[in-house]
Design a protein around this ligand. Structure first.
Ligand SMILES: NC(=O)c1ccc[n+]([C@@H]2O[C@H](COP(=O)([O-])OP(=O)(O)OC[C@H]3O[C@@H](n4cnc5c(N)ncnc54)[C@H](O)[C@@H]3O)[C@@H](O)[C@H]2O)c1
Ligand SMILES: [Zn+2]
Ligand SMILES: [Zn+2]
Length: 345
């Protein structure tokens, strides 16, 4: 079969690889119908995730059709349409039992990381019964690809961890796919004001279409001063960090109101300066984490009912055998006005 293979920092190829095989009775082999590229794949390609070794097939998002099931798989049969979660989970270890799937003792984020991933014609999914979700008959498959990673991430690590409430003023720093996923799912709770912060005017425009009440363009405006001004000097109830650099974490800790939450979603590669000397007296909660995808079934219902439409995030479409072009576009997202690309087999 053909697959997108990581060949060390800066190198990738669309190469011939052996078909995955059932290795454990709980495995499911899925034929990929649609996949996408995540910002994390770009981090891997830069060499920022050294656990990923040469020869690894990338990708941790996608939907497909069950090709083969191991002897112990009970929930799926050949021909079933499935959504692949970016988090693999056994469903029975101590962490899985408290829905902390990202810390499954035999799983977590392993796809396209420690085992071969979804940017291929076929993929092996360990613990298929718990790591896959059935796709409803009439579902929009492209929209569901957004449920593998970005929607649960923005929702669980941004909105739920930040405890967004009706009427809240919230700021989301970073209007990439994750920031926009937080923007879409924050609206379940009817916040009064949603301020999006980015330097990319195109993404800020998209944010306004998706429900942002205010946008701030970094580089032209001082985000901290502007948010203070917009909130009458009080600050925001929830500040969601969706970039992963010290400067954006710093904006969040400067604009959070007393009693508020800083929900860090971004993956940081360098330490940040935490101003406990200012924050302690303000009763601030700070949260962070890796997505668990325990909200996937709930999010799937909101997509099915039309409450949210994550297909709005899709800006480009490619064929699987043209995935190198998809990387070219996604890797130059600002120039190409790209948010999420769909790659179809
Ligand atoms: N916690 C988790 O489980 C989890 C899961 C997936 C992704 N992530 C992380 O979430 C973050 C966002 O992911 P994404 O795919 O949306 O990334 P992205 O790179 O597409 O988007 C980041 C956005 O931040 C903007 N930005 C950069 N510097 C900025 C600044 N100084 N001020 C304001 N905006 C700035 C960029 O213009 C861009 O629009 C990444 O760090 C990613 O690794 C976390
Ligand atoms: Zn991802
Ligand atoms: Zn487990």
């Amino acid at each position: 079969m053909k697959a997108l293979v990581y060949q060390g920092p800066g190198n990738k190829e669309w190469a011939e690889k052996p078909m995955p095989e059932i290795e454990k009775p709980t495995d499911v082999i899925v034929k990929i119908t649609k996949t996408t590229i995540c910002g994390t794949d770009l981090h891997i390609l830069k060499g920022d995730v050294p656990e990923v070794t040469s020869g690894r097939i990338l990708g941790h998002e996608g939907v497909g059709i069950v090709e083969e099931v191991g002897a112990a798989v009970r929930n799926y049969r050949k021909g079933d349409r499935v959504l692949i979660s970016c988090i693999t989970s056994c469903g029975s270890c101590a962490n899985c039992k408290r829905q902390l799937y990202s810390h499954c003792e035999d799983g977590g984020w392993i796809l396209g990381h420690l085992i071969d991933g979804t940017q291929a014609e076929y993929v092996r999914i360990p613990h298929g019964d718990n790591s896959l979700y059935p796709i409803p008959e009439d579902a929009d498959e492209e929209a569901l690809v957004m449920l593998s990673d970005i929607l649960p991430t923005g929702f669980e690590i941004g909105v739920l961890a930040g405890a967004v409430k009706p009427g809240d003023a919230i700021a989301i720093v970073g209007a990439g796919p994750i920031g926009i996923a937080a923007l879409l799912t924050a609206q379940f709770y009817s916040p009064g004001r949603i301020i999006m912060v980015d330097m990319d005017e195109n993404r800020l425009g998209v944010s306004r279409q998706f429900g942002a009440t205010d946008t701030i363009r970094v580089g032209e405006e001082d985000a901290v001063a502007k948010i203070r001004e917009m909130t009458g000097g009080v600050g925001v109830d929830v500040a969601i960090e969706a970039v992963g650099v010290p400067a954006t974490f710093d904006v969040c800790q400067q604009v959070v109101a007393a009693g508020g939450h800083v929900a860090n979603v971004g993956v940081h590669g360098a330490p940040v300066e935490l101003h406990l000397e200012n924050l302690w007296i303000q009763n601030i909660n700070i949260s962070m984490g890796l997505v668990n995808t325990n909200t996937t079934p709930m999010l799937m219902k909101t997509v099915q009912s039309g409450k949210i439409d994550p297909s709005k995030l899709i800006t480009h479409r490619f064929e699987l055998n043209d995935i190198l072009s998809a990387y070219e576009v996604f890797g130059n997202a600002a120039r190409e006005k790209a948010l999420k690309v769909i790659i179809s087999a």
